[in-house]
Ligand binder design. Sequence first.
Ligand code: ARG
Length: 455
Amino acid sequence: MWGGRFSDKPAELMQAINVSIGFDKRLAAQDLAGSRAHAAMLLKTGVITSEDEAAIQGGLATILAEIEGGTFPFRDEYEDIHMNVEARLRELIGPAAGRLHTARSRNDQVALDFRMWVRDACDRTAGQIKALQSALLAKAEQHADAVMPGFTHLQPAQPVTFGHHLMAYVEMFGRDASRFADARARMNESPLGAAALAGSPFPIDRHMTAEALGFARPTANSLDSVADRDFALESLAAGAICATHLSRLAEEIVIWMTPQFGFIKLSDAFTTGSSIMPQKKNPDAAELVRAKVGRLLGSFTQLTVVMKGLPLTYSKDMQEDKVPTFEAFDALELSLRAMAGMVADLEPVREKMAAAAGAGYSTATDLADWLVRELNLPFRDAHHVTGAAVKQAEALGVGLSDLPLSDLQALDGRITASIYDVLTPEASVASRRSYGGTAPDQVRAQIKRWKEALA
Ligand code: ARG
């Protein structure tokens, strides 16, 4: 492509470090779409003739068919996807191929292709997040009133419902989806036409190509257009946060699956056995989802380090943007799909959850609240009395709801038997009707709101 200036071939090592076709072939569809829009614009602005444009469009259509059919010859000697396509176009249509690169550079071309790839990836990811949210919603609806322990410090804290717990993740993934939507809106400007870095002397119409490629507008600074990769960084950051949420849910699945907890069962479809221990049923998929956040955060870190300190505008360092981004989205999309599968598959063991929900004096706060409500004790005093009740229950080896009334009355003579009404996990969750609380009717209201939002 630059034979005019060069008389020798590159060293083998030069080729080895320079070549990117092995990975940037994944930009083929975007590259062809960009070229087709560019050629149409060159025709409309009178830069190329209609004969040349027709030949170019025909050749690009053939190339698209070759790529889709798996017959396109990807060749290392043409370095990257842009030059592979152009070289093939020349083979197909002859010298007219050379006119396609008028008013364009690989710098704005790669910025465009990669931006469109990331945009597509954000859209796919948003769809997968939605599918996961739907799976969570369906499970939450089935178990909106199934009591389980809510934890802080992984110690039993207060009873909640399984539906409420799952809905917490629906909220998290909802924020993830909105982060991808924000990133998408910000990246949706076309860099095509920035050319090498300074813009073009040809009468190009950047608004036309921007519109043809689904962008809101062209980018406003040609230097920034070819130098910017923060659309990728922002998406990777959103991906890393989303993977963090996936990792937390995965960890809970691992914990819930242990015989010690026994809160859920996963079918054979999402577990593996052991080659030596016949009794084992391991939550490998959850463990792998838990681990994938490493790739996401690693990719974000990798690209940030590549970009930091790079002077304007394009530097070849930026070719290193693709592999981490591709890997990150591959890992994220697989994780989201695997998690949606696990959520649909898992079945809570409601008896186990309910038994655990009542353990660990989990309704102690309800007892204290009763003292505040019925006896008008200041909360701090109620907290103290309740602490003494827990101590007494512990000494007797019983739960709070089995503590004899006489023991409670020894702490405050005004306590009546109606206090037992608030000491079951069911009563505890039913009482927490504050907006966003764990009462089943509140949980169902949030499920309804989300179902409408996702519809
Ligand atoms: N393969 C290159 C990349 O991925 C394309 C842009 C090359 N531009 C250049 N001036 N060498 O970044």
